[in-house]
Design a protein. Structure first.
Length: 476
């Protein structure tokens, strides 16, 4: 029989195998997305009167701060951050695992070739004088092995692997969002420290001038030396405050360097007060926006994978069918290997049936169900956490906005009180302690105003993160 004829007979039987495959069903539950029980909207969102416009916000939400330095830092972090690069490598690993699982849906086809020379013993019962002194054998063949996925074990495994791949991609996206938010938050802290350093420098100039005027008046015998001691002590306190702010700024810069993957990063001074406020979210912000958060999507894909693994475990209750076959040629001389009559072929169907495993399969099914329940709870918790984070951010955004308005009024009043205290001191109506108290109050008011504005901007960052990157404008 020729090689080609043997191949034809073997592959004529293939439709039988495919018929058996297609007639199979996948055991285990099909995934049904659980119902979302959260409220339909966030009641903490601004009212329609509070916000007339609703601009769309894309994934590059940080660009709304109109700061080229911040844009460059986040772009660098998305390229060089170690956690993000690790997440990208995990995606590549999951992609390879999914491709491996998908390959199980197809047969394994191998080629093999053998050649042997065997010297026969003359002392065996089968030996005769007519036996050849050396037995020569040459063969070449293609072999095929294939698991007939009658019960869906392979398909469920492939389903779980694809879900795990999607989960790893969403995990990467979640880390990307987290890194962007961390860089933005730390950058706002650094700019707040820059603004506080600028305020402190202005306060130092004012107090140095006050200390010189007091010294002149003390030397002239117009006031007590107590005024000079008080002025010098207030000046020293402000210098200590300046040193502490410089220390905090250096640490913030180091943290941003770590996040961006640039250890020698240096950031020029700026001012938080120059950054604009991002747009407010629309009235009646829908709660289902959080379902698009990458961490929520990741949790759902973990649930899909766990659900599919129940089917993988249940498939062990049923017999496993395997199809094997080979086609090739065999001869004693290499020159006759592909000649007429040298062809060989074989085909077989194997069955492996569980009889008694003392509850091993049931235990594995119970484990898979328990893992599925854990994944369901984790998904529900991710929704609850996301809902809470959005509500927290909305409250922080609203209350910090009101606090900033009050802080601005405090700054205005503190500056007016300082001006009046200086006039009273110059006119001799009050002591220098009143001026020191007014200077201290004005300095504290400016620092508090900057901190409140930072908190308001940071609340915007937290809202973008909590919503998975922003919101979309309602279509007109």
């Amino acid at each position: 029989m020729s090689f080609a004829h043997s191949s034809h007979r073997l592959f004529r039987l293939s439709p039988l195998a495919f018929a058996i495959l297609l007639s199979g069903c996948a055991v285990g539950p099909d995934y049904l997305r659980p119902a979302n029980w959260l409220p339909s909207a966030f009641r903490e969102a601004p009212t329609a009167e509070a916000r007339a416009e609703n601009p769309a916000v894309d994934n590059r939400w940080w660009a709304l701060f109109n700061d080229s330095t911040l844009n460059a830092l986040i772009d660098q972090a998305l390229l060089g951050n170690a956690d993000l690069r690790t997440a990208i490598a995990r995606v590549e690993q999951a992609d390879a695992a999914a491709r491996e699982a998908g390959a199980s849906l197809f047969p394994n086809i191998n080629g093999q070739a053998n050649g042997s020379n065997t010297h026969l013993s003359e002392k065996t019962a089968t030996w005769s004088p007519s036996s050849p002194e050396i037995l020569r054998a040459r063969s070449a063949a293609f072999s095929l092995s294939y698991e007939l996925d009658v019960w869906g074990r392979v398909r469920r495994s492939n389903e779980a692997a694809r879900a795990s791949l999607l989960a790893s991609r969403y995990s990467r996206d979640a880390i990307r969002l987290s890194v962007s938010g961390l860089v933005a938050s730390n950058y706002l802290s650094l700019r707040a420290l820059d603004a506080q350093l600028a305020v402190t420098a202005e306060s130092l100039k004012s107090r140095e001038e006050s200390a010189r005027l007091v010294k002149t008046r003390v030397d002239a015998g117009l006031v007590s030396p107590l005024d000079q001691y008080q002025a010098d002590g207030a000046l020293a306190a402000l210098k200590a405050q300046q040193a502490d702010l410089r220390r905090a700024r250096a640490l913030a810069e180091h943290q941003i360097a770590l996040l961006t993957g640039k250890p020698d990063l240096q950031i020029a001074a700026g001012d938080l007060r120059q950054l604009p406020l991002p747009p407010l979210p629309p009235a009646g912000l829908p709660a289902n926006l959080i379902e698009a958060r990458p961490d929520v999507r990741e949790a759902e894909q973990r649930l899909v994978a766990a659900n599919a693994n129940i089917g993988v475990a249940k498939a062990a209750y049923y017999p496993q069918f395997s199809l094997t076959g080979s086609v090739g040629s065999e001869s004693k001389a290499l020159s006759d290997l592909f000649s007429g009559g040298a062809g060989t072929w074989s085909m077989g169907l194997g069955l492996l049936m569980p009889i008694l495993d003392f509850g091993r399969t049931t235990a594995r099914v119970d484990q898979a169900k328990a893992l599925n329940e854990q994944s369901l709870i984790a998904w529900q918790k991710s929704l609850e956490t996301a809902y809470k984070e959005v509500r927290d951010a909305l409250v922080n955004l609203r209350e910090n906005g009101e606090a900033e308005t009050a802080q601005n009024q405090r700054v205005d009043n503190a500056q007016k009180a300082l001006d009046l205290a200086k006039l009273r001191y110059d006119a001799g109506y009050s002591g220098f302690l009143e001026v020191l108290d007014a200077q201290r109050s004005a300095n504290e008011a400016l620092l508090a105003m900057i901190s409140t504005r930072q908190a308001r901007l940071a609340a915007s960052v937290e809202l973008f993160k909590a919503l998975g990157g922003g919101w979309q404008a309602a279509e007109s």
